[in-house]
Structure formats: structure tokens, C-alpha cells
Design a binder for this molecule. Sequence first.
Ligand SMILES: NC(=O)c1ccc[n+]([C@@H]2O[C@H](COP(=O)([O-])OP(=O)(O)OC[C@H]3O[C@@H](n4cnc5c(N)ncnc54)[C@H](O)[C@@H]3O)[C@@H](O)[C@H]2O)c1
Length: 245
Amino acid sequence: MSNVHTGFSAIVTGGNSGIGKATAERLLNEGAQVLIVDQHAERTWTHPALGYIQADVADASSADLIVQQMIKNTGRLDYLINNAGMVGGAPVETMEFETWQRIIDVNLNAVFRLSKSAIPHLKMSPRGRIVNIGSIMSQLAGVGMAAYTASKHAIAGLTKTLALELGPHNVTANYIQPGAIVTGITAPAINQDPTFTTFWEGKSALGRLGQPKDIANAINFLLTDDADFITAHGLSVDGGVMVNP
Ligand SMILES: NC(=O)c1ccc[n+]([C@@H]2O[C@H](COP(=O)([O-])OP(=O)(O)OC[C@H]3O[C@@H](n4cnc5c(N)ncnc54)[C@H](O)[C@@H]3O)[C@@H](O)[C@H]2O)c1
């Protein structure tokens, strides 16, 4: 355990599983006080130092409640990790608008709302940070993935704008572009489609899928002093798949 984040407070959305869970655990091990937000009532971890709030980040009222809980717990907010996300959909011709709306609400609108609620506190931090979770789909596209792709492209635009608006307050904003990572989102494909794993392993320069800790490591770096001058950046953590068409 190091103390690189001792004295700092972090909100991690979607922290009950996959990338969010690995990130929350990493930050805790590095000394941060962590508030996990997840839609599920049942927690997948037991560590007493991890605060928890059950909330749907897409609820219009949840952002203020989450930030207020953090301030109540620790009196400060330094890092906002907008990680909660969902996949789904269908080709545009047959996609229900409600499906589109839900994915945009969770993957994009919630990031806007939480960022807005967090900004006054991040400005007061000596190391204010926003890290949003985009995707390789922040640059690429896929059939049947219009809502997810649009939401993750928009994460790039939103994050770059946040970086410009918050830079004068010494707050950085970056986003991660994970490749195929072994998590709850990919579990159905990994378990049910034998070609999924071989396809992504084949595209990866490193010949493997990513693990949640691969993304947690990158998020952790962006929160440290070593990343002080990195902002408005989309960091690919994909094993090289994006350069392999
Ligand atoms: N796994 C991948 O291959 C991959 C690739 C690129 C990007 N991502 C992104 O990584 C992020 C994390 O996903 P993951 O892969 O760890 O999946 P995951 O399913 O393991 O974890 C997602 C977590 O978010 C929570 N969540 C979802 N919707 C929520 C909501 N409305 N309110 C509160 N919590 C909610 C879920 O309950 C879950 O605990 C997502 O934004 C996803 O789009 C994942």
C-alpha cells in the first residue's frame, strides 16, 4: 500500500463490478477515501473503508445526492470517475427510442449531471480530476451499436470541453478508451460466443483481452501528480486493437 492518494476523496460510479470495482479497490489501496455508486443494492465487496450509495446515475436527482453524500462523508471531493455504463441496442431502423434514450441517459447525460454537481468541489481541490470512461467506440463504430457509439463519441467531446473550462482552476479532465475487457458487460459475449475472445485476442498486439486492473492502473496514473500536465486526452488502453483494422 502506498499513500499517493492519502487525504483525497474519490467518487467511482459503477463501482460494484468490473472496471469500477478494480478502480475503487486500487484507489483505496493508494490511500484515497472512496465512495462507490452503483444501481445494485447488493454489494460485491465488503471492505469497510469503501463508502457505498445505491443510485441510478441516470436519475435526474441522483447527481446532487451523490456529491452531497461524499461531502458529508469526507468534506471534500477531489476525483470524479464516471465509469457506470451499459451496452445494448439494435440497428437504428429497428431500435426503440426508449432503448436509445436509456443508453444516452446512463452513458452520457449522467456524466454531464455528475460533472456539473462535482465541479464546485473539484475547483477547491489541490488535485481536482475528472476521468470519464469512453471506449474504443469513442472513435470506432459498430452495427447495432448506435446509441453506445454515440454516447462514447460524446464522452470525448464532453471531456475535452470540461478540460478547457476547468483548466484555469487546475482541474484536469481525461477519458479512457478501453478495448475488450473481461467484465460484466462482456461476460455474456465471452460465455456465449466462442468467436468473441479469439476475435479480440487476434486484434490485440498483446494477444489477450484486458483485465479490469489494466484500466484501473491507467485511471490511477491520471489521478497522480505525474499526470499534472495531461488534460483533454483520450487514453487508449486496448492492447493495441485500435491500430489493427
Ligand atoms: N468491458 C469492456 O470491454 C469495456 C470496453 C470499453 C468501455 N467499457 C466501459 O467501461 C465502463 C464500466 O463497465 P464494465 O466493463 O466494468 O462493466 P460491468 O458491467 O462489469 O460494470 C458496470 C457497473 O456499472 C453499474 N451501472 C450500470 N448502469 C448503472 C446506472 N444506471 N446507475 C448506477 N450504476 C450503473 C453496473 O451495476 C455495474 O456494477 C462502462 O462505461 C463501459 O461502457 C467497457
